[in-house]
Design a protein around this ligand. Sequence first.
Ligand code: GDP
Length: 197
Amino acid sequence: SWSSSDSVISTDSSGDPADPGSPYRVVLLGASGVGKTAFASIFGGAADSMESDDCELCADEVCEREIEVDGEPATVSLLDTWDVETDSEWAREHFLQTADAFLLLYSVTDRASFLRASELRITLRRFRPAHRTPIILVGNKCDLVRRREVSVSEGRACAAVFDCKFIETSAAMQHNVWEAFHGIVRQLRLRRDPKEV
Ligand code: GDP
């Protein structure tokens, strides 16, 4: 767990980037209402939660589970409840500095959330000057065709400027959500094991 009081210590001692068994810590970032909770429910298997026990929802609302990506298991620890707008500066710095990767969400129906994603990307760059932190810019709610305010090409152009990957998703339709999670794991693997690829 990484938001408990001892997490600074455990992060430093257990986060060996060379150990393929340690979980990848992924944070969902984005303005409120863009679909972070919906993403986390899909990741946690909300639809089949009655029979599924492979997701461990901790008190900290970090969901950790093993997923298969390209035929290989990967353990992903997903944090979605961190609120950029209200949480303390300490929490903000802590998560920005200790996460392994970020899904940076906006809603294609909400231009303000798109601008917020840009600001968050700049904040990330400040906290994580190393360029190799995997980030995927995620334009969610692409099912809401008639309410779209941000075009696909704007999203793609923004990702190009930010030097990160881009995907459009619909959590409501469960479209491309797993692709986003798989994409982040692929990037993390490239980063952890650059020689093996
Ligand atoms: P959060 O504040 O970022 O956690 O956003 P939520 O996950 O709570 O989503 C905010 C609202 O948008 C909820 O009513 C969701 O049902 C809805 N929502 C989330 N993702 C989608 C999507 O892909 N399509 C549509 N149509 N609605 C969505």
